[in-house]
Ligand binder design. Structure first.
Ligand code: 5GP
Ligand code: MN
Length: 355
């Protein structure tokens, strides 16, 4: 039996922080809520949950997403009220200028919102509150609620409401948003970060009105024909390197175009690599000609930290078992770089995970 030591770092708000936050929100505040760029279900779920909660408490919240997000998240209650910083720039900047508080949700480094929005946020003189579960948070938030052991920012939003004695404020809309983020960030409750506490929270969310079957359907059973064809192409392109317990997928811009790629269509495809028997490290490389980058997702099982791997070699980061990054090289050169690096990790890859 092999034991894996994972170090969880947790910065909880202390009692005096909570007291101060209660005093702050005792009077109506203009609040801006920011998820990371290319937000996923957890980032949007947490942002919209916070939006509904703050509205219910008499505040004036605005969700300002750095950019657009996939259609499978647009059904979420409140989605139509969210601003996109890149497309609704003037309105977004105005909301940020008028805010007294900005929530930073599901990310912990300001460069995760993209250059233009980062510049605007850096000028903000009010209070930053960060709720996040990624490693190594930057030190710019007055109130920092960070716990890398928790499966999702949405679960942390639930804990935040617990700390403020406001769990009873959670209604169907808030429950729906929180449930969605927990479901998507846990791979539908199957990743190791899913605990008995997660299940207890999810049970409470269902009691409060979250319709679990409908939420699953809205997120996962709304594929377009093109997105399924693209998945087929990705699976055809899957390469397995058994001696390194590694699998990877490459999708070129031409292939994305062939199958009418829409935002979100490639989400989750990397997990197919990890589902191959004995594979413990999976990657997907997606060419983005417009942004002139190769967007990369990494996933692992066990002690091999893709967070460290992505930080060191591919300008990225994330969690130990799920991280992302990017490359400014060509698609071909990026793959060559990857294939040159991974043999150096042979020992770690072969000992990362035992059945
Ligand atoms: P995904 O592969 O699904 O895009 O991201 C996996 C995890 O890594 C998510 O928690 C995401 O927030 C994080 N992540 C993705 N790309 C980056 C990146 O470029 N930098 C950092 N620091 N984290 C990333
Ligand atoms: Mn998350």
């Amino acid at each position: 039996m092999k034991y894996t030591i994972i170090l969880y770092i947790c910065t909880l708000m202390n009692k005096s922080d909570i007291k101060e936050i209660k005093v702050l929100f005792a009077t109506p505040q203009n609040v801006v809520i920011v998820p990371h760029k290319n937000p996923d279900g957890d980032a949007i779920g947490a942002s919209l949950a916070m939006y509904h909660y703050l509205k219910k408490k008499g505040h004036h919240p605005t969700v300002v997403s750095p950019n657009d997000y996939p259609n499978f998240l647009k059904w979420l209650p409140g989605s139509k009220d969210a601003l996109k910083f890149d497309m609704q720039n003037r309105q977004s900047k105005k909301a940020i200028e008028e805010a007294s508080v900005i929530f930073i949700l599901d990310f912990n480094a300001l460069n995760r919102v993209g250059d233009d929005m980062q510049n605007t946020l850096q000028e903000f003189k009010g209070i930053f509150m960060m709720i996040d579960h990624h490693q190594q948070p930057e030190d710019f938030a007055k109130y920092l609620f960070s716990d890398t052991s928790i499966c999702s920012t949405c679960q942390m939003v639930y804990h935040y409401l617990e700390k403020l004695d406001d769990v009873e404020v959670i209604d169907k809309d808030i429950a729906t948003c929180i449930y969605t983020g927990i479901m998507t960030d846990t791979g539908s409750f199957r990743f190791p970060s899913t605990t008995s506490e997660t299940h207890r929270i999810v049970a409470d969310l269902i009691d409060k009105g979250a319709d679990n079957a409908k939420i699953y359907n809205n997120v996962y059973d709304t594929n377009s024909y093109g997105s399924l064809q693209l998945l087929g192409k990705a699976l055809t392109n899957l390469v397995v390197i058994p001696e390194l317990k590694t699998a990877y997928i490459v999708l070129s811009q031409a292939e994305l175009d062939e199958f009418d790629f829409q935002k979100g269509d490639t989400e989750g495809i990397v997990n197919y690599g990890l589902s191959v028997e004995d594979v413990i490290f999976a990657a997907i490389f997606i060419e983005d000609v417009e942004q002139k980058i190769i967007k990369i997702s990494f996933r692992s099982k066990g002690s091999f930290s893709v967070n460290k791997f992505a930080r060191k070699h591919f300008n990225g980061g994330g969690h130990d078992n799920a991280a992302g990054g990017k490359s400014l090289l060509s698609l071909e050169d990026t793959i060559t770089k990857f294939l040159n690096i991974i043999p150096k990790f042979k020992k770690e890859l072969l000992t990362s995970y035992e059945e």
